[in-house]
Write a protein that binds this ligand. Sequence first.
Ligand code: NAP
Length: 331
Amino acid sequence: MTTFRALWIEKGDDGAFTRRIVERSVDELPPGDLLIDVRYSSLNYKDALSATGNQGVTRDFPHTPGIDAAGVVVESQSEGFAAGDEVVVIGFDLGMNTPGGFGQRIRVPAGWAVPLPDGLSLEESMILGTAGFTAAECVDKLERVGLPRDAGEVLVTGASGGVGSVAVALLAQLGYPVAAGTGKADQAEYLHRLGAARIVDRETLAAGAGKPLLPEQWAGVVDTVGGEILFNAVKSLRYGSSAACCGLVASPQVPATVLPFILRHVNLLGVDSVELPIGEKRRIWGRLAGEWKLERLRDLARPLALDDLPGAIDTILEGRMVGRGVVDMRD
Ligand SMILES: NC(=O)c1ccc[n+]([C@@H]2O[C@H](COP(=O)([O-])OP(=O)(O)OC[C@H]3O[C@@H](n4cnc5c(N)ncnc54)[C@H](OP(=O)(O)O)[C@@H]3O)[C@@H](O)[C@H]2O)c1
């Protein structure tokens, strides 16, 4: 196949960004070690930022977003991979300034690819995608600083979204009592099905932002939203416990003081999935395919086709996405 279909984002003379599906040629892809036939991709919040011209994500247009891709190697110039290998590529520059997984072909450096781990299908790897991977990174990092199962509730914010849904399901499967923080009262049943013990509404999590400290409540936090909700959660951590911070859908600004850190001995942990070294990426994928394989994985999936993406991008931008948009890229 020398031509393939891809989502195409163009910047008009008026500065507006438009989305359509186009036919492209493999010859137009950048140089790289691996040419990959993309079978599945997934929709992440960052893809919506790319598709709407966020310069922190994508500088040059026209462009094909898609920070996630799972597929089969078609051509390899790397000793580590051969034609026919199943691989997963997430993060690095994929879908940012390199044509991404919303095209049926990508060409990337071999150092960006992870062999599909035993225990996951290509489709399952994209039900997880960057969002699920990041949720697992958060739990992995919290575990490493200490997350006892009997210390109390673990809060997940933005719980019905991609990172949040996987974090709820993973923590619940591991035996933690999970408080799911959400702005979507109508998704309570979904969140309970994933394993949430309790639903906490977004207004409650945002209350008390002006106070220096809040009553100790959480044994751990996975925060996907940032802003006042993140720092309220830090102010509500139990003595000595930790919050993992990975997102900014509410705000990148954090109204912080040092008080929770110096009076409650708590930790704020940063989590990045993009530049995480490839060895670490393999380790986390291995956990997701093995000991952390989610029993509820299929419940998270919101199936999409390439042609659905222009509309689905609005859904995720408006905070209405539930679970994980998994994109079947096959013809
Ligand atoms: N650090 C990394 O490497 C990394 C990797 C992946 C994602 N991220 C970031 O993590 C965040 C979540 O990504 P995602 O793909 O899970 O997005 P998503 O599917 O859109 O989920 C975000 C969720 O946040 C909640 N939300 C939306 N707007 C909000 C607002 N104004 N205030 C408070 N909560 C709001 C909603 O859940 P509820 O209605 O349930 O509250 C929404 O579903 C994004 O900021 C993304 O950029 C970072």
